[in-house]
Design a protein. Sequence first.
Length: 235
Amino acid sequence: MVDLGFKDFDFKPVPVAGDLEGHEDLRYGTYSVAEAGKYGYRPAYTAASASRSGTVGGQEPEFTAEEEAALDGVSPERTDGAPKAVKKTAKGEAIPKDGCYGQALSKVTEGRSSTYLNDTTIEDLDGQSYEKSLTDPKVEKAFSSWATCMKGKGYSYASPIDANNDPKWSEGEPSDAEIKTATADAQCKEEAKVLTVWHSVEVDIQKSLIAAHSSKLDPVREMKLATVRNSKQNL
């Protein structure tokens, strides 16, 4: 950006929230009795991140229209149809293909920008492993034990997913009913060993998927290794 004439350009994104791991931590739903007693089915990290809007995943600073064009290689002023490519700055400096972002991404990934931006293999397999786990007999048995436990506490749900996704919990602050249900849910998860069984089953499924899709995963792995390696060199 400096080379293109933006002499005072400085890129300082807001840091990623430290509790970002909380997103994946709840893959199997609420499991902490203590947190359920405070937040119901609303994970603790959402309350924390709400006061720091935009920090989860990082937040870019504000850019001028000229800066955005140089960063992306396209005009920020969109009309109907495809984005309009911008090849030069207002001062006539040539903007690299895909802008300074594209140039940086190509460098850090060692030419694997397309894999970085477009590959959905990992996300697809991640979804497949979760869906497959729901039909595994061990998981179904654990869910059945959980449902029996919940029935003993006065709740009628077929699975932890049904309890978590009850429409009654979708609006407003957690009610007393939600907190009590989530607490019972977490207690029954412990009693029925739901997380232990479910996680073990999904690990086996993921290992099988990894082996079956190695030809697609290997390029992604190489891209990620290159990205980490080159990023560390520029710290």
